[in-house]
Design a protein. Structure first.
Length: 264
């Protein structure tokens, strides 16, 4: 596992955007095959998306040969609801870049057959060639996507029931009323994420510090599903100083030293 620590979320987000752009360009230079990326929602990726948008508008990057799959969506929330992840992604990314509409994939939380929708989503990922990179954030309890504590680390895309903690955290988008947050969601599984060639996980702020410490220094556990990243051959955690606050001093120094050596 590689851990990138920056002063604040702005610097961390800039690093992440530049890393994604470099990976897209790198693949484009050697093959005509599309770059397949997993994307997330929430406040964490907004600054990264803003920088990717700037690059596209400046002619520094193109998403014309990128295929994206979002990690989750609420069940039963209308697509045009302002807090649906369809709305979020179009507002903060898709409406401002050149990715073809047919390359954009987001789970349909209103599908008549949710089980089939999830199975079809997994099949579409395979058909696209699998993820080159999966970009994600984490919850305060260490969950990735909507893989809540005690989700199987071998899980695939499925319908999940959200914990009260998650609904309370997300209630800030629903008039601060947890009861307005849908009780279920469709989510890619832990194994779906880990199937990517690279996984980049972002975490900013002191509220994520315990989750980051558990993910990096704790045991591999379904209690903290992002800890599964420990088994990935190309996992990266990008965090700010606040999110790194619970790491042991020697762990912090180690990751700083590794990055310095690689950039020497």
């Amino acid at each position: 596992m590689k851990v990138i620590i920056r002063k604040n979320s702005a610097e961390s987000s800039l690093w992440t955007a530049r890393y994604i752009a470099a990976r897209i360009k790198e693949k484009a230079a050697r093959t005509d095959e599309p770059f397949v990326i997993g994307l997330c929602t929430g406040s964490t990726p907004i600054e990264t998306y803003a920088e990717l948008i700037r690059m596209v508008k400046a002619g520094e990057l193109s998403f014309k040969n990128v295929i994206s799959f979002n990690m989750d969506e609420y069940v039963g929330l209308p697509v045009d609801h302002p807090e649906s992840y369809h709305s979020f992604m179009h507002k903060y990314l898709f409406d401002q870049i050149d990715e073809p509409a047919e390359n954009i994939h987001i789970l349909d939380g209103n599908a008549p057959d949710p089980v089939k929708e999830c199975a079809d989503y997994e099949a579409a990922i395979v058909k696209a060639g699998g993820f080159d990179l999966f970009l994600g954030g984490i919850g305060e309890d260490g969950h990735i996507a909507f893989n809540e504590p005690f989700s199987s680390l071998q899980s695939r895309t499925r319908v999940v029931t959200l914990t009260q903690d998650t609904r309370e955290v997300n209630s800030r988008f629903f008039d601060n009323d947890p009861s307005k947050v849908p009780a279920q969601a469709m989510s890619v599984g832990v194994a779906t994420v880990l199937g990517a060639k690279e996984v980049v996980i972002m975490a900013y702020g002191s509220k994520k510090a315990r989750a980051i410490a558990a993910a990096i220094e704790g045991p591999l556990s379904h209690y903290c599903t992002v800890s599964a990243l420990q088994n990935h051959p190309a996992g990266i955690i990008v965090c700010d100083e606040a999110a790194a606050g619970e790491l042991k001093v020697n762990s912090y120094r180690y990751f700083k030293a590794v990055e310095a050596a690689e950039n020497a």
